[in-house]
Ligand binder design. Structure first.
Ligand code: ZN
Length: 105
């Protein structure tokens, strides 16, 4: 793993952060680094608020997910695929979902 010096862990304040891999934004407009704290093992994305703001237009949810709650089966099936992808990189353990919406994960 490559050590990344400009970051600080949000959980333990350690600056011993290493880059795991890069992932593209869903629209392909940029690449985000996935980082890992060597002290507490927190894995997080190098994402700034401005990156998020530019990724979600004001009507994002009303157009992309007009009735998110009634599409529960679809979201749960899709989330199982996401979990499978996560399990390719990490051994089983605890996972914290931030921004869980209706909690379908
Ligand atoms: Zn940490």
């Amino acid at each position: 793993m490559t050590k990344v010096s400009k970051h600080k862990c949000n959980t333990c304040d350690s600056t011993d952060i290493k880059a795991l891999y890069d992932v593209p934004a869903f629209d392909g407009s940029k690449i985000f680094k996935i980082l890992k704290c060597s002290n507490c093992d927190l894995v997080f994305a190098d994402v700034k608020q401005s990156d998020l703001d530019s990724s979600y237009e004001e009507d994002y949810y009303s157009t992309a997910y007009p009735d998110y709650e009634s599409d529960e089966k679809f979201h749960k099936k899709n989330n199982k695929l996401v979990l499978k992808e996560i399990e390719r990189y990490f051994k089983p353990g605890k996972l914290v979902e931030i921004g869980s919406s209706f909690g379908f994960f």
